[in-house]
Design a protein around this ligand. Structure first.
Ligand code: HEC
Ligand code: HEC
Ligand code: HEC
Ligand code: HEC
Length: 257
């Protein structure tokens, strides 16, 4: 009985602490994340569904997953080799290749078009001036922290859409986890829009939101590029996301297929 009451108090205390963190604009602690592998055992159906989506293959390491590489590296005159590729980015229409230099990644100057099966130039003169951690990473990983350029999982893992899952997993599924279907429409669409709408964080330094996690209103973390004159940030985000969804939307991009 005592145990139960203590557990209940702990549960009550948790959301309050989380709110205090939000007020400071901080991300949930790193150790609150368990990665997609951590969800798999209890949610094999969703994990299998997710594996079939491009979210699971957005970033891959060719040293562990050689089949991730779509480009034809036997073609002459490429200017870089497969051995230089530390990560692939993209898996549906276009694939780019990243090389680690010092503590950041850079996108090598040719892209492979998967649809037309050929190489295309990409930022040939400026590729070494555009670090992955400023221009790309926030939309291709889970929990990017600009303070130390760290992330908890490469690619769009479960927690990119569901938020940190440790409390939920440790209590056998009773703890707090975001179910997008139970959010209001602004918070629900904010999750997808945090990557599917182009913009800048309020400091203007990053091409993605900083500190946003599922359940929040993205308008507090992000300013879209294509706002109409006089349009509110939140309205703009939702409008731009819906325009994209109308063209490219696919329910099967989620996990419960
Ligand atoms: C953390 C960033 C992130 C979040 C959150 C996110 N996506 Fe994505 N999404 C991506 C990236 C990156 C790709 C491209 C992956 C690839 O092709 O390698 C993608 C691909 C897709 C695709 C396939 C598009 C195509 O043409 O191949 C659809 C559809 C999609 N996402 C829908 C959604 C929906 C709906 C949500 C919200 C429930 C969502 N995404 C949340 C980053 C994200
Ligand atoms: C604001 C979020 C965001 C940023 C920043 C971002 N991406 Fe993406 N990226 C996406 C989304 C979302 C998709 C899927 C788009 C779609 O299908 O319409 C995507 C798709 C891609 C694809 C094609 C995937 C495919 O399968 O065809 C590549 C390659 C890619 N991104 C590389 C990059 C690189 C390199 C950078 C940095 C220079 C970058 N992205 C910055 C969100 C982002
Ligand atoms: C791109 C965003 C996205 C990713 C990535 C994602 N989910 Fe989901 N998930 C959703 C959305 C949206 C819903 C609610 C709507 C639905 O059921 O499709 C959902 C629903 C769920 C549910 C509730 C299903 C039910 O029957 O009510 C579970 C469990 C779940 N996801 C687990 C996972 C796991 C585990 C992973 C990783 C292997 C994952 N999700 C990855 C977006 C995502
Ligand atoms: C120890 C087992 C376990 C682990 C690990 C686990 N879950 Fe769950 N999860 C459950 C159970 C049990 C439920 C309740 C199922 C039901 O009601 O049908 C649940 C429910 C959910 C729901 C629906 C919640 C709601 O309010 O509707 C989502 C979303 C979800 N899990 C996502 C995840 C994600 C994402 C991860 C990994 C970060 C994860 N789970 C890890 C056991 C687990």
């Amino acid at each position: 009985m005592k145990m139960k009451i203590l557990a209940a108090i702990a549960l009550l205390a948790m959301p309050v602490a989380a709110l205090a963190e939000d007020a400071a604009g901080k991300l949930p602690a790193k150790d609150q994340y368990i990665t997609s592998e951590g969800c798999k055992g209890c949610h094999i159906k969703e994990h299998t569904g997710w594996l079939r989506t491009f979210h699971s293959t957005a970033i891959q390491n060719p040293k562990y997953v050689p089949s991730a590489v779509k480009g034809d590296f036997t073609q002459p005159g490429l200017g870089f080799t497969l051995q230089e590729v530390d990560l692939t980015i993209g898996s549906h229409w276009t694939q780019r290749y990243m090389k680690k230099i010092d503590d950041d990644y850079y996108i090598l100057p040719k892209s492979w078009s998967i649809s037309s099966q050929r190489w295309e130039n990409y930022n040939v003169w400026s590729w070494q001036k555009q670090p992955y951690s400023k221009y790309c990473i926030g939309c291709h990983v889970v929990r990017f922290d600009p303070a130390d350029k760290s992330y908890v999982e490469h690619t769009i893992g479960c927690e990119a859409c569901h938020g940190p899952g440790k409390g939920h997993a440790d209590t056998g599924g009773n703890g707090r986890i975001v179910n997008p279907a139970k959010l209001g429409s602004v918070e629900m669409e904010s999750i997808c829009a945090s990557c599917h709408v182009r913009g800048k964080d309020p400091s203007g330094q990053y091409s993605f939101p900083i500190g946003f996690t599922p359940g929040k209103n993205l308008a507090d973390y992000y300013i879209p590029d294509k706002l109409k004159p006089g349009e509110g940030i939140s309205d703009g985000i939702i409008r731009i996301f819906r325009e994209w969804w109308g063209k490219a939307g696919d329910e099967e991009a989620m996990c419960s297929v």
